[in-house]
Design a protein around this ligand. Sequence first.
Ligand code: SF4
Ligand code: SF4
Length: 395
Amino acid sequence: MTHNDLNRRSFLKTSLLGSAGAIFSSSIFAHPSKRNNGNEDESKPIIKRKLGKTGIELPIVSFGVMRADSPALVQAALKAGIVHFDTAHGYQRGKNEEMLGDVFKSVPRDSFIISTKIKPESKENIKQQFGEMLDLSLKRLKLNYVDILYIHAVSSRDEALTPEWLEAITNAKKTGKAKHIGMSTHQNESEVIQVAIDSKIYEVVLSSINYKQDHYQELKKAIEKANQAGIGIIAMKTMAGGFLDRERTKPVNCKAALKFVLQDENITTAIPGITNFDQLNMNVSVNTDLILTPEERNDLAIGDTHGSLYCQQCGQCIPNCSKKLPIPDIMRAYMYTYGYNDNHQAHSLLAILELPENLCSDCTRCSVVCSKKFKVREKIMDVARLTKVPVEFLG
Ligand code: SF4
Ligand code: SF4
């Protein structure tokens, strides 16, 4: 067990089972009706927070649309008080943005916030590719502008400061096609957040944040600094893969995991993935009540001691891989397949990784050791089968 593991475990133990005051927000304690019952009460006010210096204020629960395909679900979310809807250029090969466009074409533009994410696939003509992808996203969304535009999946300082990307995304803001600009990140999140602070260009960071992260405390400090610098922080991957096992027999208590993340007041909102009405109701209930019930605390404590589908994205395995495979990205694809049941998203991710033909199959022995004891070779061989399946045959 690493030093980081111990730090995070003791933090979770203290936070979840012990002195609650450190993590329960002061705004919650300001409302006596919100104390200690854990029940949803529609009369309670929706908790809202400001998004850095953007001037946007949002309910703490937003809608991660990635896997949703139901206009009725999006309409119901709007009625339930959700304001912010997060998509990406690549989700469902454009159908996700199209679906949102169909819903929002008859909704007053100042009543919702749309964010999308773009990352050019090739390193050639980045500015032109970026501009064309943004125009296509706006066409699908039937909008003249998006409220937040992210560079998708940034994982290092160098990447965040790539001059062509900076030029492309600042140009989107100058031309009015994006009101605010930022980055999304699943890896080296603290570093990416620090770059946003230093750059004076990025206004928002959409970051993986969850109770399973070994680096949660370090990330929390980076988030606090971002808040002080006026950078808006939005949380994703709050449910840490959704399940603790490949067979999906041990679900994460997603509501508890969402509450846990949002108890940090430096996080404006979270975008849990929502695919059905039960999930919508569950997530919306957190908008008015962040208090963890004893059962929820217990579920998080149990979840913390079990394995997980959530790869820490620490990259410690890469130097020992003879082919220097992008193992954290492949593990994310594995999580999309078995945790989210989303073969399409896993397939899209694997497609842009430009993986070698044989992956692990021609390796006589795997020299990789995962810090979380993942059977890396086994998982790679398992999820890589998807790359052989034509996309139209994916379930
Ligand atoms: S088996 Fe796969 S993960 Fe292991 S060293 Fe070989 S290529 Fe890398
Ligand atoms: S597979 Fe293991 S070592 Fe590699 S990034 Fe994920 S958690 Fe870290």
